[in-house]
Design a protein around this ligand. Structure first.
Ligand code: GTP
Ligand code: MG
Length: 452
């Protein structure tokens, strides 16, 4: 994601890094280069201009802090300016207290991801609220069905009416049904158009005049490019925008929309869609996003994920086993699972700071395949074999290879890595090493290590 932008911004910053003193010219030149990178990332000229002016004011206007290096202070200024520009003070949906019913309206262009996002939000909130999804796409009955299927799959209520042609009438009836079902969060999916048209806006206005809407969320495809400004201003004029949900963040190579939305809509990006599945939704975090653009990586997320993937207790138990020389294939499997839980190597790399953008993807694919293979191999072992009480002879290896659809070479590879991890774990009696052993599975966890 945004490899080019991150690459060019970090190369500008790398020229500054290590400097004790930075001249005004160096500040201006660096900011101009960053501006160029922003423009290439499809950020509008206005936004890029605002960024450079603010950053300059901030960087030059600040008093020199003696204890902080000039380079760090400058990078911090750029970071702060970016965060202000992107802005995300508002997080999540703006909801009424739970005893009241909150109505959230999703709107946007055709194919921007409204229906999918409605389902994602329902899933996100279903543990906190009783959710009902309402389909108002009166122009395409299939779209309503799509919403119902999604609602069923995540286990929330839904209300559709494929016969009624007036969207606002469906919503009125849906709210009655929501009361009956005691749903306190109604998420409304509306129809989209290829372009903004009057009929679409009229329909939205009618909806808004019929019921009290508590949160109006514009759904925007992050690959939209410069037309973002027209879209935002039309919806803003017609019904107003409280917040933005940015979809297809996973396929956003430029980052322009994410950078410009606050400026274009005056509202914060509250959520980002990161894939096609209903679980692929995150609250947007401007600090992290800015860090990523500056090549500082998404360290916060990486650490949180690592902690989630392997609990402290599991880690300590594993360490104890190594000390007692009982580390077995079951433990190894647990670690493989932990790396899977973190989203696989590709996602981990994406979160790491200063990762070169030209990493050989085929190599990563190969390593991910190998991890899957290792899992299959261990799962084909007998209970005793998994305990690693004796060396595996050739006939056992053959049997395991047949069972897991692998071959002798791959089994030997696994044993080699297993031994490596075991030795590494045993070498230093430290929790930090536990994370490091992931290197044995092809992960570079150096940065994580420093933090643990
Ligand atoms: N990769 C990716 N795909 C997404 C995301 N959100 C939605 N999609 C895909 O985008 C396409 C359109 O999504 P929909 O939810 O049907 O869009 P919509 O705005 O409801 O479309 P209309 O009802 O036709 O206006 C589908 O193929 C979705 O799977 C996302 O965050 N990432
Ligand atoms: Mg739809």
């Amino acid at each position: 994601m945004f490899d080019t932008l991150t690459g060019s911004v970090s190369s500008v910053l790398s020229k500054i890094r290590g400097k004790k003193v930075i001249t005004e010219k160096e500040v201006t030149d660096s900011l101009l280069l960053i501006k160029e990178a922003l423009l290439k990332a499809d950020v509008s000229y206005d936004v890029a201009q605002v960024f450079i002016e603010e950053a300059k004011k901030y960087a030059l206007g600040q008093e020199r802090i003696e204890t902080v290096n000039a380079d760090e202070q400058f990078i911090a200024s750029v970071h702060k300016t970016l965060v202000n520009l992107i802005g995300s003070e508002d997080k999540g949906l703006k909801l009424e207290p739970i005893e009241k019913t909150s109505v959230v309206l999703l709107f946007g262009l055709q194919g921007s991801g409204k229906t999918t996002s409605a389902a994602k939000l329902a899933r996100y909130y279903k543990s906190k609220r009783r959710v009902m999804l309402v389909g108002l796409d009166v122009h395409r009955p299939a779209a309503m069905e799509q919403l119902r299927v999604l609602a069923d799959s995540i286990g929330v209520h839904s209300y559709i009416d494929t016969k009624e042609k007036k969207a606002y009438k469906i919503l009125k009836k849906a709210l009655v049904s929501a009361k009956k079902e005691m749903c306190n969060l109604v998420i409304v999916d509306t129809a989209g158009r290829l372009e903004i048209d009057d009929e679409m806006m009229l329909e939205l206005r009618r909806i808004q005049n019929t019921v009290k809407v508590h949160d109006k969320i514009l759904v925007v495809d992050s690959t939209i490019g410069q037309s973002l400004f027209d879209v935002a201003s039309s919806f803003k004029n017609a019904i107003g925008i409280d917040g933005v949900l940015l979809t297809k963040f996973d396929s956003d190579v430029k980052g322009g929309a994410a950078l410009s939305l606050k400026y274009a809509t005056g509202s914060d990006v509250r959520f980002i869609g990161t894939g096609e599945h209903t679980e692929d939704l995150d609250e947007f975090d401007a600090e992290r996003f800015a860090s990523r653009i500056l090549g500082m990586g998404d360290i916060v997320k990486l650490v949180a994920k690592a902690q989630e993937a392997i609990s402290q207790k599991e880690a300590e138990e594993m360490l104890q086993k190594v000390i007692e020389n009982n580390f077995d294939f079951n433990d190894f499997l647990l670690q493989i699972d932990a790396s899977n839980k973190m989203g696989g190597i590709t996602k981990i790399m994406d979160m790491m700071p200063n990762m070169p953008s030209n990493i050989d993807k085929s190599l990563i694919d190969k390593q991910e395949r190998q991890i899957k293979q290792f899992k299959a191999i261990i799962q084909s072992m007998t209970k005793k074999e998994r305990l690693s009480l004796f060396p595996l002879n050739n006939s056992r290896k053959m049997r395991i290879a047949n069972g897991s659809g692998t071959n002798m070479y791959e089994i030997n590879q696994l044993i080699k890595q297993f031994d490596m991890v075991k030795n590494m774990l045993g070498s230093k009696n430290k929790m930090a090493n536990l994370m490091k052993n992931m290197e044995g599975m092809g992960l570079s966890m150096d940065d994580l290590n420093k933090l643990m």
